[in-house]
Ligand binder design. Structure first.
Ligand code: NAD
Length: 258
């Protein structure tokens, strides 16, 4: 049974869309007819994504290199997207880094600050500048990327886990602030997904598979396209009564660890 979405006439802002989950989501939204504004680090990846989408669809696609740690850059990005497309129907706040993996006593203050700045402050800034536009236009949908490590702890990833638990706190609270304003705000909590982030964390794809596959009840690492499908579902009218949730998509990993 295949599922198709129709986002024709909608505009989507994807922050952290150059590679991995964000890139797969940009392609999926474009395939479903949405115009796309992508931001992230890495101009070459951004340009190659534009080329990929333009080769197979007729939707409009823009890219801006933006560092989510910088208030003025996120503010300017949201304004650029609104000027380009007139509105932002859907925002996917997805930028994230694994940061240093080590026991807490081996993390420097700078390691902690970097992880929290990208993974948590970046999403705060996205929300801060997206919500006023959505209030003014009469509605919208926001999806924030948390993690399976936003609903559980994991040794050697304390700061990463703290950032992702924080994303869910932001999501829950902002969802309540705008619940009567036709704006839904949800989070996704993916388990291991084969992306540059995961392979970088474990020193290559094969090493990542060897390290985490045995922890996943379904016996395989997710394809980024499977995470993108959850973002499209939460952004669609099929999810019209879902807000303030963090939806785990992890092949059963959380249940197995509980
Ligand atoms: N891959 C996994 O197993 C997994 C699991 C759970 C959650 N996540 C989360 O999914 C999200 C996407 O990760 P991914 O696995 O696709 O990795 P990825 O490295 O392929 O993508 C990360 C994206 O974030 C962007 N980014 C990083 N730092 C940024 C900054 N300072 N400013 C702007 N953009 C920045 C990158 O440009 C890229 O587009 C992250 O938030 C990550 O924490 C990933």
């Amino acid at each position: 049974m295949s599922v198709t979405y129709n986002f024709a006439g909608k505009t989507v802002l994807i922050i952290g869309g150059t590679t991995g989950i964000g890139r797969a989501t940009a392609v999926a939204f474009a395939d479903a007819g949405a115009d796309i504004f992508v931001a992230g680090i890495g101009a070459a990846d951004g340009e190659s994504l534009k080329a990929e989408i333009s080769a197979t669809t007729s939707v409009a696609v823009e890219f801006s290199e933006v560092d989510v740690r910088v208030d003025a850059q996120v503010k300017a990005l949201v304004e650029r997207a609104v000027v380009r497309f007139g509105r932002i129907d859907i925002a996917f706040n997805n930028a994230g880094i694994p940061g240093k993996t080590a026991p807490v006593q081996d993390l420097e203050e700078s390691d902690y600050d970097l992880i929290l700045d990208v993974n948590l402050k970046g999403i705060f800034l996205g929300l801060k500048y997206q919500i006023p536009h959505m209030l003014a236009q009469g509605g919208g949908v926001i999806v924030n990327t948390a993690s399976l490590f936003g609903v559980m702890g994991f040794a050697t990833t304390a700061a990463y886990c703290a950032s992702k638990w924080g994303v869910i706190g932001l999501t829950n609270s902002v969802a309540l602030e705008v619940a009567k304003s036709n704006i839904r705000v949800n989070a996704i909590a993916p388990g291991s997904t084969m992306t540059p982030l995961l392979s970088g964390m474990f020193g290559g794809e094969q090493s990542a598979r060897d390290t985490v596959t045995h922890l996943i009840p379904m016996g395989r690492i997710a394809d980024p396209k499977e995470i993108a499908q959850l973002v499209l579902f939460l952004s669609s009218d099929a999810a019209s009564y879902i807000t303030g949730q963090a939806v785990v998509v992890d092949g059963g990993g959380f249940v197995a660890s509980a």
